[in-house]
Write a protein that binds this ligand. Structure first.
Ligand code: ADP
Ligand code: ADP
Ligand code: MG
Length: 644
């Protein structure tokens, strides 16, 4: 075993790897960017080396700096985590050349699986079923259109260099093909510097079922399957193991195919073979096809760990240090069922827009595994993936594991950023999902119901108002001295402003009037009861007050009563930045006439571009933003002249 390793990553996966290394007595070196100086992974590691600026290309993608850090600290091996350099064969070559060990597969195995078309050809040769489609070199658009017709619609266009759902387009009929092809090629050229595509038959009622494999370069085993069908725009949201409805025949067929795939490339380390399954008629051994191989540890590996009892990072370290596979296929068994939910800082109602913020309050459930790279007080910055944590539960049956997940999510408290927590809770209560009836279209079909935000009820608003007023516990004098007997409290919640009037009835009693109704609040043992019912926990979290109701955390921003009219009037004069980010381009100048829908500027945040458009017709009064400027959320970027 190694004495010391370097982890070339950040966030939850860096923390996850450090935990296992320490469990095995292996010392750890973290690397970090400017944005991560005070981050959790740096605090956990034995040593940490600063490698550059906040942008990934200036730090976590700087293979040269990372290798130099390993050499300077005497680390013998480098664990890449996932993302960043984990699937970059040139980095693996450089690590080898520096006399260090790359904890993962060979550069050759990564190259073999790097492009989707080449990987599919290799798998066909190894006897693994692949999705029917066109894999040819001829990229002429008329030729591709003819191939699509042969495959029969619907078809999926995929960038051969694709990943993360980019460069992929579903095409329903031949009339839409040309436009879809052009947009897939454009996106692929920008994201991967390679506009080549392949075409696949779009599988009916698709389920994404993947198999965890592990090789030591000599032999390979599989650690069963994970079902990742709960997806939004081809991105995984909740994963589980084993797959619901899996039969022993299907498991054997998929497991054998996956192990064949790993053996075909002499695979060493952890890998995942992703299959697409046609579930229109249950799970059938002749209806699963290879999609791609991910030559690294996968985000959702904890569900496999939960059902097998194997620590996959431990296996990675053992195999990389020269040991053989720790267990044989017949020694591996499935125990119970496990789920993982990905908790993100994102604004679900704004189309799942990535969000940022300082997590003033962060509490994870006590009876679930929470893999996280942040602590209370840490910031989700605009530089990296906005994942807050992965919540993992395990139980003897699927039903038990799922209700544990639901409960664990309800117990999770995050304040300081919007999150997808309420959406995840709604998913765990979705009837079809509960019955194991999953496919990749489930979220899309039921999106409206799943994102329906629970309404902030009058008692919830009252609890927020009481917290804002901060009636000191048992200190009547304090209240009289510092607060008027009647107080007007203005709270902004999402786009609405709530106007609450608070009247003191005693040290532990108050009356709250708003929206035309009056509620009575009394405090017993430090807890507010509203109209006799015990209220949810409310607390100050940075500049806002959060009420942690069981179905959702509601945030309220107290406003200055004098500023009310300006904010409420909202005549559409100012275009505000919806999130922190970088202004990429400004399209208007002062004095210019614009009509509703015209592009005003582009904001880039979290690797996505957001075009901000005029909400009404008007004349530009002032341009406050300039290209390449970093802006905070809520800052005015463009002002139109006053309403006509
Ligand atoms: P997985 O396939 O392991 O479930 P996802 O599909 O959710 O992972 O993630 C899409 C890709 O984005 C993966 O290749 C993953 O390695 C990568 N990724 C995830 N987080 C980050 C990050 N913070 N920085 C760069 N890449 C990342
Ligand atoms: P990425 O590299 O972006 O992960 P994949 O090829 O793994 O791309 O596909 C991502 C997702 O797209 C899959 O998980 C699945 O939901 C969907 N998908 C891919 N291929 C097909 C197909 N042939 N038919 C139906 N859905 C598919
Ligand atoms: Mg994939």
């Amino acid at each position: 075993m190694f004495q010391k390793i370097l982890i070339a990553n950040r966030g939850e996966i860096a923390c996850r790897i450090i935990e296992t290394a320490h469990k095995l007595g292996v010392a750890t070196v973290a690397v970090y960017s400017d944005a991560d100086v005070a981050s959790k992974h740096v605090a956990m590691a034995d040593e940490a080396v600063h490698i550059g600026g906040s942008a990934p290309r200036d730090s976590y993608l700087r293979g040269d700096m990372i290798i130099a850090a390993a050499q300077a600290t005497g680390a013998q091996a480098i664990h890449p985590g996932y993302g960043f350099l984990s699937e970059n064969p040139d980095f693996v070559d450089a690590v080898d050349a520096a006399g260090l060990v790359f904890i993962g597969p060979s550069a050759q195995a990564i190259r073999a699986m790097g492009l989707k078309d080449a990987a599919k050809r290799l798998m066909m040769a190894a006897g693994v079923p692949v999705v029917p489609g066109y894999l040819g070199e001829n990229q002429d658009s008329a030729h591709l259109a003819a191939e699509a017709l042969k495959i029969t619609y619907p078809v999926l266009i995929k960038a051969v260099a694709g990943g993360g759902g980019k460069g992929m387009r579903l095409v329903a009929n031949s009339g839409d093909f040309a436009a879809a092809l052009a947009s897939a090629q454009g996106e692929a050229a920008t994201a991967f510097g390679n506009d080549a595509v392949l075409i696949e038959k779009y599988v009916d009622k698709p389920r994404h079922i993947e198999v965890q494999v592990f090789g030591d370069g000599v032999d390979a085993v599989h650690l069963f399957e994970r079902d990742c069908s709960l997806q939004r725009r081809h991105q995984k949201v909740i994963e589980e193991a084993p797959a619901p409805g899996m039969t022993p025949q299907m498991r054997t067929a998929m497991g054998d195919a996956a192990v064949n795939a790993a053996r075909a490339i002499g695979y060493k380390g952890a890998g995942t073979i992703e299959f697409i399954v046609d579930a229109s008629d249950g799970l059938r051994v002749d209806r699963f096809w290879f999609m791609e191989m991910n030559t690294r540890l996968q985000v959702e590996h904890p569900v496999t760990e939960a059902i097998t009892g194997v620590d996959l990072v431990e296996w990675q370290l053992r195999v990389a240090s020269g040991e053989h596979l720790p267990l044989r296929q017949q020694d591996l068994t499935i125990k119970g069922h496990a789920f993982e939910a990905r908790l993100y800082a994102e604004d679900v109602l704004a189309g799942f827009l990535p969000a940022t913020g300082r997590l003033d309050h962060l509490v994870f459930p006590c009876d679930a595994r929470a893999d996280s790279g942040v602590r209370a007080g840490d910031t989700i910055s605009p530089w990296y993936d906005p994942m807050i944590a992965k919540i993992i539960t395990h139980g003897p049956s699927r039903a038990v594991a799922l209700s544990k997940l639901s409960r664990a999510l309800v117990q999770t408290q995050v304040a300081g950023s919007v999150t997808n927590l309420a959406f995840l809770v709604a998913l765990t209560r979705h009837q079809g999902f509960g019955q194991g009836d999953v496919d990749t279209g489930l979220i899309g079909r039921d999106l409206d119901a799943l994102i329906e935000t629970p309404i902030a009820t009058a008692p919830i608003k009252a609890l927020a108002a009481l917290e804002v007023a901060k009636l000191p516990n048992d200190a009547l004098a304090g209240f009289f001295q510092w607060n008027p007997l009647r107080q007007t409290i203005l709270l902004r919640h999402q786009s609405a402003v709530c106007d609450a009037m608070l009247e003191l009835l005693g040290p532990n009693a108050a009356r709250v009037t708003m929206d035309g109704q009056t509620l009575v609040a009394d405090r017993k043992n430090g807890l507010w009861h509203i109209d006799g019912a015990i209220g949810a926990k409310a607390m100050w979290t940075g500049a806002s007050v959060t009420v942690f109701a069981p179905e959702c955390a509601f945030s309220f921003f107290p406003m200055d009563p004098l500023a009310k009219d300006a904010v409420v009037a909202g005549d559409g004069r100012a275009t505000l930045s919806p999130m922190p980010g970088m202004v990429k381009a400004v399209f208007v100048v002062a004095g210019q006439t614009v009509t509703a829908g015209d592009r005003l500027c582009v904001l880039e945040a979290m690797k996505m571009e957001h075009t901000l458009t005029a909400t009404r017709d008007g004349v530009v009064a002032e341009v406050l933003a300039s290209a390449d400027e970093q802006v905070e959320a809520g800052v005015a970027l463009i002002l139109l002249e006053g309403s006509e």
